[in-house]
Every structure is written in C-alpha cells, then in structure tokens.
Write a protein that binds this ligand. Structure first.
Ligand code: FAD
Length: 424
C-alpha cells in the first residue's frame, strides 16, 4: 500500500533530490538574473507543453523542475507521475472531454516528433475484453465517444478474438471492443521533445524545485530548493498530483489522489509483440478482476517487459487529498504484482515470466473530471489534474494553459469554465 503523502514527506524527498542535483552538477545552472515574462513550475507533460507553446508564441519563458531521479534517489519518485516508458493513447475513452483533449493533442505530438526528430509515439491498437453484460453497459460511454469523435472501433465476438489474437486466451463468451488507431506514448521522450522544442525557441530550463512564491509589486519572486531566486511577471504552476503538497498555491486544489502499482513482467520477445494494449475483465479467485497489459517492449535496462497492472475495487482509499470522501469510482484499487503476473499467464498461455519489477505511481482526479486550467490570481495560474490520462491530453492542456497565461482568448471547442479550478 502506498505510504500516506504528507507535505513533510514531499519536502524531505525534494531535499534528497536537491542534494543529488548539486552533487551531479547541473547542465542548466546559468540562469540570467533578469526577470522573465513567464515561469512554468513543473517540467512534466503539462508544464513542458505549456512552456513549448509559450516559447513558440515568442514569449520569454523559464521552466523550473527537477530531472528524473536515478534509482539511488527513489525517495522522490512520487514527485512526478510521468517517469515511465509506455503510456496508452485511447481516444475512445470513457470521457468525451478527455477524448477531445487527446484528439486535439495528436497533431501537436506529430509536429513535435517531426520538428525535434524525437519519436515518442507508436501506433498500436487498444482492446477491451469483458463479459457480455459488462461489455454491453460498461463500454457504452467509450462507444459514444468513438461516435462523437469519429474514431473507428470494432465489436468483436469470441471467434473474432480467437482469429485476430491467436496467442491470447479469454474467458468463454467474452466480447471485445477494438480501437485499431490507438497508440503508445513514451512520456519521458515526450517531455524531452517538448523541452527541446521550447529551448529551441529560447526557453530556459532550470533543474531545480520551487519552494516558495512571493508576490512583489509587478512580479513574482520564486525561491528554489538550491537557493536560487528567479523572477517572473507570470507564473504557471504545473506540478502534477502533488501540487497541494508543494504549498506553492495559497489554496489547496480539490484533487483526489490514488496510488497505482505499475508492474513490469520480464518476458522473452515473442508473438505478443504485436498485441494491442489490453484491458480485460478476467475471472480471478476473488471474482472478476481487471488486467491491464501493454505489449512487450525493451526498456532502458535492455530487458523486455510486459508492463501493466491488475486491480479490483475495494471500499477505502489508498491516499487522498482534497475534499473527496471517495475515489472517482467510489473506491480505491487494490493491486498486487503477483495478481498481475497470474492473470497475465492466464491470458497468454505458455508465457514465461522472469524477473518482476514494480513501482509506485500517483494519479490525481479533479472534482470536475476536467484538468484544472485556471488563474489563481492576476499573476498565478495552474494546470493540474490529469484524471489518469494526463499524458495523451497534455499538448492541448499545455496549449490552453499557455494561451490563458498570455491573456489570449480561448480557442478550441471548449470554454474556460470547463477547466475551472475547484478548491478543497
Ligand atoms: C500507473 C499510471 C498509469 C497511467 N497511464 C496513463 C495512460 O495510459 N495515458 C495517459 O495519458 N496518462 C496516464 N497516466 C496519467 C499521467 O501519467 C498523468 O496524468 C500525467 O503524468 C500528469 O502530468 P503532469 O505534468 O500534470 O504531472 P507530472 O507528470 O507529475 O509532472 C509534474 C512535474 O512537476 C514537478 N514538480 C513537482 N513539484 C515541483 C516543485 N515544487 N518545483 C518544480 N517542479 C516540481 C515534478 O517533478 C514533475 O516533473 C497514468 C498515471 C499512472 C500513475
């Protein structure tokens, strides 16, 4: 179970990280003393996208955020949710709003790949598998989103599943919903590309953490963990799930935090390399359980893993924040690496699983179901609340946040009220 996250834990983790930064030496230490027009705090998917859009519009922007800790600094890993190799792009999502944001992000991602020569998206289908009653009711929101966004999906019966995916086994009478045009996105490379594009347009990237914001006349003064002082006319806080723990906003956002254990099951490369990203309801010992599995891919350690997790809902939260009494589904997830490995072996007969690694990741849910992209006051804005889909939606979130900070009118299908911040 995830440890409870307190402000003290966050700060002590950040201090460990700061030590590491100083020890390693930082490539981005030359920060001009001048005042920047914009500072973006947080160099995750949302912050880096906002920085790119600000810089592309010709604005003077500084991005402040720590680099990913190495294994030896794992105490600070909870400080970000994008430290991973593979995430899913599912346009036929249960939320039309998130589907729209992802849909709107795709052209930006493709353009970013072209302009930076950093490839971070792979075309890969998505497959939902479930029992007939679940498939009929549970997938209706995704079907409706697919119709609205004109995303092709295919309904598959048991024989279709067997013919299309002969190396996968599902319970008798399962149904499938296939989104052939889905994708896999590498969050680390995405952030690298966003920052590279931002820097190309003049942005400054500072590897540090902001610890205090002070309003002075006509500017915001940002104090950092390593003792730097930065100045900006406008500050966007894009610090992810732990935004409230940073204490940078004077009011806490209404965010519900739910921890997830990501499992990497070591496998030998095989025919499953072609498999879609599968979200399947399988029969477990304690009733129906959900298996989420991505196709095997080589990770930075040179080994091949199937990444995923499995979970069942339970009536208490893992970690919470904000005002919500319950998690987004009225419960939290209970996950266990051995559960995932067992279910994986059930779905892929003959699969030999080697070493299993797992790590913790935090998701943050907003009260509205939309990311918060809003102004806190005349100098401070926020972009936070990924609702578990903050990678695939991040370029449009960054674009909207950048336009908001520049005081431009909103462009796009959705008005600013959709993204209003709610407070705890
Ligand atoms: C298990 C799991 C699976 C997921 N799967 C998907 C998926 O398939 N598809 C998808 O689209 N999304 C997925 N998500 C959600 C996605 O990872 C998040 O929504 C996304 O990372 C949010 O981006 P962010 O920029 O808001 O926050 P983060 O990614 O957390 O980035 C925030 C950044 O702010 C920095 N920061 C924090 N405090 C400070 C400070 N004081 N000063 C400076 N910098 C600071 C952090 O170091 C970090 O770099 C998943 C999440 C989890 C946990």
């Amino acid at each position: 179970m995830a440890p409870p996250l307190t402000r003290r834990r966050f700060i002590s983790g950040a201090a460990t990280l700061a030590g590491g930064l100083l020890y390693r030496g930082d490539a981005h230490t030359q920060v001009p003393k001048r005042r920047h027009a914009f500072a973006v705090i947080g160099r995750g998917p949302m912050g880096s996208a906002a920085a790119r859009h600000l810089a592309a519009a010709g604005a003077d922007v500084v991005v402040i955020g720590p680099e990913e800790p190495t294994d030896g600094q794992s105490a600070v890993v909870p400080a970000a949710s994008h430290y991973d190799e593979m995430r899913q792009i599912e346009l036929a999502n249960d939320s039309l709003l998130l589907g729209r944001l992802a849909h709107a992000s795709l052209p930006g991602f493709r353009e970013l790949e072209r302009s930076t020569s950093i490839n971070f998206i792979e075309d890969n289908a998505n497959l939902r598998v479930g029992f007939p009653t679940y498939a009929a009711r549970g997938w209706e929101p995704a079907r409706a989103v697919a119709r609205e966004l004109e995303v092709p999906v295919e309904e598959l019966g048991m024989s279709d599943l067997a013919a299309r995916f002969p190396y996968l086994r599902f319970p008798a009478d399962s149904r499938g919903l296939l989104e052939p045009g889905g994708g896999i996105i590498n969050p680390r490379k995405l952030v690298e590309a966003q920052l590279a594009a931002a820097e190309k347009n003049g942005a400054t990237v500072v590897s540090d953490a902001a610890v205090k914001l002070q309003r002075k006349s006509g500017e915001v003064v940002i104090e950092t963990l390593t003792g730097r002082t930065l100045r900006a006319d406008q500050v966007l806080v894009a610090t992810g799930a732990f935004t409230n723990q940073t204490g940078l906003l004077r009011r806490d956002l209404a965010l519900t935090l739910i921890g997830v254990t990501i499992v990497q099951a070591g496998v030998r490369p095989g025919p499953q390399a072609e498999m879609p990203v599968v979200t399947a309801v399988l029969q477990g010992e304690a009733g129906p359980q959900i298996l989420y599995a991505m196709p095997p891919r080589e990770f930075p350690d040179g080994k091949t893993y199937i990444k995923g997790n499995s979970f069942r809902w339970a009536p208490s939260r893992t970690a919470g924040d904000g005002d919500a009494e319950d998690g987004p589904k009225g419960s939290t997830v209970v996950d266990d690496p051995s559960l995932m490995v067992g279910m994986l072996s059930q779905m892929i007969p003959g699969l030999e699983v080697g070493a299993v690694r797992s790590h913790f990741c935090m998701t943050s849910y907003t009260r509205s179901g939309a990311p918060y992209i809003d102004r806190i006051d005349d100098r401070l804005g926020v972009a936070a609340g990924g609702n578990a889909w903050g990678i695939m939606t991040s370029d449009e979130i960054g674009r909207l946040a950048a336009a908001m900070m520049r005081g431009e009118g909103w462009s796009g299908e959705l008005g600013p009220e959709v993204f209003s911040a709610r407070f705890a």
